[in-house]
Design a binder for this molecule. Structure first.
Ligand code: GAP
Length: 513
């Protein structure tokens, strides 16, 4: 799909989310609040289903993983120990003419992506020109324009990686100058120096507004797990290796907040810290890397839309890190991070708190600070990936069109719509009877307004996998039709078997099979 079409499609998806009650801009009556969103009646159902699915996959299905729910506010020393006070920074640069502020690393990454696009376009042009005889591999290895751009990319990538590792802000600015990056608003290359900017939101606890009362809104949920390591160890009967999982809100004062709910200032993470014996962390890192990719595939994401990306620069706490990326309409971007965090967090908390955060390994007959492998997935980013992957405008055989959301049945906001064919002859009453039985197991929707075709379209648009229609035959033989969202095929089934059939079709276990 061309870039323009992808952008248009993404705009359509954003409008669709609002029109069908998935996502609303926050406090919209006051013109909204940048990079903050609310979830509507269908959005919350999808988000809840998704987080429950993650919880079941991680906690319920693993004997050696338990969950917690830590508070958002934590003792301020937590963030000193974790390194967030000193190192959770973004390098920022301002354009002097537009007065707009950008993340220096994002400007460079976008410019690098443009060079990659140029290479791709060159190859596409040649493929068109040479037709079947085109050898892409050979072309990419020999074409002078491609080679020049590849060389440029290699040089920039090395400089960029070094600058990030050495925290060299002057070099970051120089790369921006050398790449001739212009401000998209003013069009000029009149840049300030690059400065570091801490991403944590702070506020005061209690009534005293002095430094001692300053606390932070957590920028990740992980630290709530680390500070509870001993509590869980002492009360859960878990032995290493074991994990602690948590779902919750996190807050970051993102400067480049864009792409809808992809990067927001308030978001939700689903994190799991897996505590292991030192020296075994790479084995577990590999294990969780594969397991988490499999989980994303279970959401129905095609293989070619998911990718691993090894970090150029490791976070201050990691000795290995990989992202799982998803192909959104605006580019291939991180959806989950898997990090080998060593003993960084537990050791630092031990040092600053003076509490021993160690594990006695009875097999080795020795105490040590466990190493940690973390899986951290964004709930909102996975939500967005589901919507982007499922959104489709379909031309039907009769020339009409429909918009549908191909969400996995077990995640859909509404599982079953129950529709009397007409609003008379006792059909609504019969439909209500069915609704009253199924509502105990599933989120159902009763609708008798408008033509049946229109009602089907409304359900397709919110991703309802099944519609049950009650018609005159229902009154004669106690059967209904069950319509499948994707195929639009209808089968006639008896009301007696309905509950069992529906239960099987929307079972979350289908995702993991
Ligand atoms: N505890 C590790 C950690 O927080 P991260 O890579 O910074 O690592 C993990 O974040 C995940 O959280 C990301 O892969 C992404 O899905 C989500 N995330 C991070 N910042 C976000 C933001 N501003 N808006 C939405 N989701 C975000």
């Amino acid at each position: 799909m061309s870039k323009e079409n992808s952008t248009n499609q993404f705009q359509e998806i954003i409008s669709h989310c609002k029109e069908y009650g998935f996502i609303f801009p926050s406090s919209e009556i006051y013109e909204g609040l940048s990079a903050v969103y609310d979830y509507g009646q269908n959005g919350i159902e999808l988000k809840n289903n998704l987080q429950q699915y993650w919880w079941k996959s991680m906690v319920q299905l693993h004997e050696n993983i338990v969950g917690i729910d830590a508070a958002i506010f934590m003792h301020p020393k937590t963030w000193k120990a974790s390194g967030h006070v000193d190192a959770f920074m973004d390098p920022l640069i301002d354009n002097k003419d537009s007065k707009k502020r950008y993340r220096a690393d994002v400007l460079i990454e976008d410019a690098m992506a443009k060079i990659e696009e140029k290479i791709e376009k060159e190859a596409e042009k040649a493929a068109k020109k040479f037709g079947d005889s085109f050898n892409r591999e050979m072309f990419l290895q020999t074409n002078p324009n491609v080679l020049r751009n590849k060389e440029k990319l290699n040089v920039i990538e090395t400089r960029f990686k070094n600058a990030l590792e050495e925290n060299n802000l002057t070099e970051l600015r120089q790369i921006i100058i050398d790449l001739e990056i212009a401000c998209p608003i003013s069009g000029t290359k009149n840049w300030t120096e690059v400065r570091q900017f801490n991403l944590m939101f702070s506020t005061e606890i209690g009534s005293v507004a002095d430094e001692a009362g300053t606390i932070y809104l957590r920028p990740e949920t992980a630290q709530g797990i680390f500070v509870n390591f001993l509590n869980v160890l002492n009360t859960s009967r878990q032995r290493i290796p074991f994990g602690i999982a948590q779902i919750g809100k996190a807050f970051r004062n993102e400067i480049v907040a864009r792409q809808f709910i992809f990067r927001t200032r308030e978001f939700e993470q689903m994190e799991m810290q897996f505590f292991v014996r030192p020296g075994t962390e790479m084995e577990w890192f590999k294990h969780w890397k594969a397991a988490r990719m499999k989980w994303h595939r279970s959401l129905g994401f095609p293989e070619n839309k998911l990718k691993f990306y090894d970090h150029l620069k490791l976070a201050h706490y990691a000795n290995a890190a990989v992202d799982i990326q998803f192909e959104y309409p605006f580019g291939i971007k991180e959806i989950e991070g898997i990090h080998s965090r060593t003993d960084f967090d537990l050791k630092n908390h031990q040092e600053l708190s003076g509490k021993k955060l160690q594990y006695f390994d009875t097999e080795l007959n020795q105490s040590y600070t466990p190493y940690v492998v973390e899986t951290s997935v964004g709930l909102n980013r996975t939500f967005l990936a589901l919507i982007c992957n499922g959104y489709e405008n379909q031309k039907l055989e009769d020339g009409s069109e429909r918009t549908l959301l191909r969400l996995p049945a077990f995640l859909a906001p509404v599982k079953i719509a129950i529709l009397p064919l007409v609003k008379k002859d006792g059909l609504p009453e019969k439909a209500r009877e069915i609704f009253d039985v199924l509502k105990f197991d599933h989120k159902c929707f009763y609708d008798e307004k408008d033509s049946i075709g229109k009602r089907y379209r409304r359900q397709d648009a919110i991703g309802t996998p099944f519609c049950i229609t009650v018609d005159h035959q229902t009154l004669e033989d106690s059967t209904v039709t069950l319509r499948d969202r994707d195929t639009m095929q209808q089968e006639r089934i008896s009301i007696e078997r309905l509950q069992q059939i529906v239960n099987e079709k929307v079972d979350w276990r289908n995702g993991l099979k």
